[in-house]
Design a protein around this ligand. Structure first.
Ligand SMILES: [Zn+2]
Length: 327
C-alpha cells in the first residue's frame, strides 16, 4: 500500500512520435522535435532518477513494433471507421519505413526497452493507434479492438498495462467499462474548467478557447487545478487522475514569460503539497525535442522544487498505477 494521505506529484508523458500528430503535420514539418526524442527520453530518465522522480509513459501501441511486418501482424481485428478519414493512421501505413533503423519516427522499441529497464517508471497505454474516442464514426467495439491490440503488444514485452491516457484527452466515459474489463485501473481526465473540456469538440478547437488555454499557462485564470482523488471520483469505473497542467515547451517568442509559466507550475505544486492534494503535470517527449537545454533547465527546476516540497510537506510522487493501487 502506497501512501497518498499526503499530497502527490504525478508526471505523465504521451509517448507517440509521429503517430500523435500524423493528422496535423508531416514528419518534415516537425522533424527536429521528432528526431530528438531519442536524446530526450534517456536524458529525462537519467534526470528523473537523479531526483527520485517516477514518470508514467503512455505509449502508442504501434511504437512497440520492431519492423513493419511485426506492426501489420499486431494490428487490431477491427479498425476505426472515423467519418473524417484523416483521423485514421492506417491510411499512412504504406508511407512508413521498414524498421526502426530506417524510420525512427514510427518505431521505438529500443526506447521502450530503455524505459522498462529503468524499473522506476511506468509504461501505460496511449491506445494502439492514437485512437480518438470522441470523434464521429468510430464505435465502442472498435475502441475495444484497439485496446486489446495495445495490451497484446505490451504483454509480448512482459509489460502489464494498467493505465490509459486518451489521445487528445478525448475521454469517452461510455468506454471506461471496456478499460476496466481489460484490467486497466486509471486514466488521466481533463482539468475541471470549461476551457479544458474536450467533449464539446467545436468549443475545444475554437481559437478563443485555445488562446485562453495558452494564457492560463502563464497567468492563473483557472486556479491551481489540484484536487483530492475522492472528490473527483464518484462512481467511476476506473480511477480518474485528472491533468492539472500541460507543460508547454520552451518558446523562443514568449521567452520573457517563461519564468511566469514555471512559477505557475511551482505555485500549484506548493498548494497541493500544503493541502495534501494531487498535482498532475504532463507533456510529450517531442515537446522537448527543440530548445532541449532550455526545456531541461525548466524541468530540472521543477524536480528540485518537488524535492523541497517532499522534505517540507512529505509531498509524494507516484506513477498512475501506483496511485490506483493505493486507493
Ligand atoms: Zn497523443
Amino acid at each position: 500500500m502506497k501512501d497518498v494521505s499526503t499530497g502527490c506529484f504525478i508526471l505523465s508523458l504521451d509517448f507517440e512520435l509521429h503517430w500523435g500528430i500524423f493528422d496535423k503535420k508531416n514528419v518534415a514539418d516537425y522533424e527536429e522535435n521528432l528526431r530528438n526524442v531519442k536524446l530526450v527520453i534517456p536524458r529525462l530518465i537519467e534526470l528523473a532518477n537523479a531526483y527520485n522522480i517516477k514518470l508514467t509513459f503512455a505509449t502508442i501501441g504501434f511504437l512497440f513494433a520492431k519492423n513493419k511486418e511485426d506492426l501489420l501482424n499486431n494490428n487490431p481485428k477491427l479498425l476505426p471507421s472515423y467519418s473524417n478519414k484523416k483521423f485514421s493512421p492506417y491510411s499512412i501505413l504504406n508511407e512508413i519505413g521498414k524498421d526502426e533503423t530506417e524510420d525512427e519516427y514510427h518505431y521505438a522499441s529500443r526506447l521502450i526497452e530503455l524505459i522498462s529497464k529503468s524499473k522506476n517508471h511506468e509504461i501505460a497505454t496511449h491506445t494502439y493507434s492514437h485512437y480518438y474516442c470522441l470523434e464521429d464514426g468510430q464505435t465502442k467495439e472498435q475502441f475495444e479492438a484497439d485496446l486489446i491490440a495495445a495490451i497484446a503488444v505490451a504483454t509480448r514485452r512482459n509489460t502489464v498495462i494498467k493505465s490509459i491516457i486518451f489521445p487528445r484527452n478525448q475521454v469517452n466515459e461510455a468506454y471506461l467499462d471496456i478499460c476496466k474489463k481489460h484490467g486497466l485501473t486509471s486514466y488521466r481526465g481533463t482539468e475541471k474548467h470549461s476551457i479544458y473540456n474536450t467533449i464539446d469538440r467545436k468549443f475545444n478547437k475554437k481559437q478563443s478557447t485555445r488562446a485562453l488555454r495558452l494564457i492560463d499557462s502563464y497567468i492563473n485564470l483557472t486556479g491551481h487545478q489540484t484536487y483530492k482523488l475522492n472528490q473527483v471520483n464518484k462512481d467511476t469505473e476506473i480511477l480518474n487522475i485528472p491533468s492539472s497542467r500541460f507543460l508547454r515547451p520552451y518558446s523562443q517568442s514568449l521567452k520573457m514569460f517563461e519564468s511566469l509559466k514555471t512559477a505557475r507550475v511551482k505555485n500549484a505544486m506548493t498548494y497541493a503539497a500544503m493541502h495534501n492534494e494531487m498535482y498532475h503535470l504532463w507533456w510529450h517527449p517531442h515537446n522537448f525535442g527543440k530548445n532541449i537545454d532550455e526545456n531541461f533547465e525548466i524541468i530540472e527546476s521543477i524536480f528540485k522544487h518537488y524535492n523541497k516540497l517532499n522534505e517540507t510537506y512529505n509531498f509524494n510522487n507516484l506513477t498512475m498505477s501506483e496511485i490506483a493501487d493505493s486507493n
